[in-house]
Design a binder for this molecule. Structure first.
Ligand code: ATR
Length: 271
């Protein structure tokens, strides 16, 4: 029996445990998947626990950067190092191997579409995965803390920091929310009071999948744009996780199980 899990805090919005429980039930994956809702000061302890007790785990908000604080036990995949955020870990003997599958999950649902210019809201780990996936596009970044957007613009030479948000909205054919604004039903205040005309023909892509329609997506819909939430991204990044953990492609199985998904709300595991 393989042992996998999810590290984060809080985890009540997550669908991952539900997905893995369905994969087990319907397709005999022979793996358990537990939620580890761990406070920040015990994440190091969790990594040592995982080394001895798990075969792999996912990392979600707010710990995707934590592995870089533990270079003695982690080895990083090349893409994960450039992105600077880890969402998938494979236990490999005495080492934890850190990967990023968010960038693949992000790009797969839109890979048949053509975009030239992209506006990305956010400059955290998720935004960096998005920007890595969009390496051959022109990317404009808008973030609450401008300094964080400037740091990304220095690292990725296809990116620039937004000076005029209305113009950036008009110029972009893809608009991405990679911030956590909306995860708890909040207003997407970064677009408050912005006057733009018709945005039809553009895609508004929110990485958030729960709630399924965020205020960011509503803004796009009200202006004629097409909405896409992060549900397919979740599924495609899970397919990549499973490849890393087992070497198997379970795309059909993951899509079959996606029909039954509900957010999980379980008690935190203790170490
Ligand atoms: P993730 O791994 O989901 O990207 P993160 O690295 O903590 O998580 O990044 C969160 C992103 O959401 C950042 O861009 C953050 O903006 P700051 O750089 O200004 O912190 C953004 N974010 C989080 N809460 C926000 C809020 N209330 N308003 C605006 N932006 C917010």
């Amino acid at each position: 029996m393989l042992k996998w899990g999810l590290l984060g805090h809080p985890l009540s919005h997550s669908f991952s445990a539900g997905l893995f429980s369905c994969l087990n039930r319907r397709f005999n994956l022979e793996a358990s998947y537990e939620n580890f809702d761990i406070p920040a000061d015990r994440v190091g302890e969790f990594f040592h626990f995982a080394l001895k007790n798990l075969d792999g785990f996912n990392i979600t908000v707010p710990y995707k950067l934590k592995p870089f604080e533990f270079p003695d036990i982690f080895t990083f995949d090349a893409a994960a190092l450039i992105i600077g955020a880890i969402n998938t870990v494979r236990v490999d003997g005495s080492k934890l191997m850190g990967y990023n599958t968010d960038f693949i999950g992000f790009i797969k649902p839109i890979k048949k579409r053509r975009f030239k210019t992209v506006l990305v809201f956010g400059a955290g780990g998720a935004a960096r995965a998005v920007i890595y996936a969009l390496h051959n596009k022109k990317v404009m970044i808008f973030n609450r803390t401008r300094k964080h957007a400037e740091e990304i613009a220095r690292q990725f030479n296809n990116t620039a920091v937004v000076e005029n948000i209305s113009k950036a909205l008009r110029d972009a054919d893809l608009v991405v929310n990679a911030t956590s604004v909306g995860l708890h039903g909040e207003e997407f205040y970064l677009l408050r009071g912005i006057k733009v005309g018709d945005l039809s023909g553009k895609l508004f892509y929110d990485l958030i999948y729960n709630p399924p329609i965020t205020d960011f997506l509503k803004f796009g819909i009200e202006h004629g744009a097409e909405p896409l939430n992060g549900f397919k991204m979740l599924l495609y990044q899970a397919i990549e996780n499973i490849k890393i953990w087992t070497g198997k492609n379970l795309e059909m199985e993951v899509f079959e199980c996606s029909k039954f998904l509900q957010p999980v709300n379980r008690m935190a595991n203790t170490l």
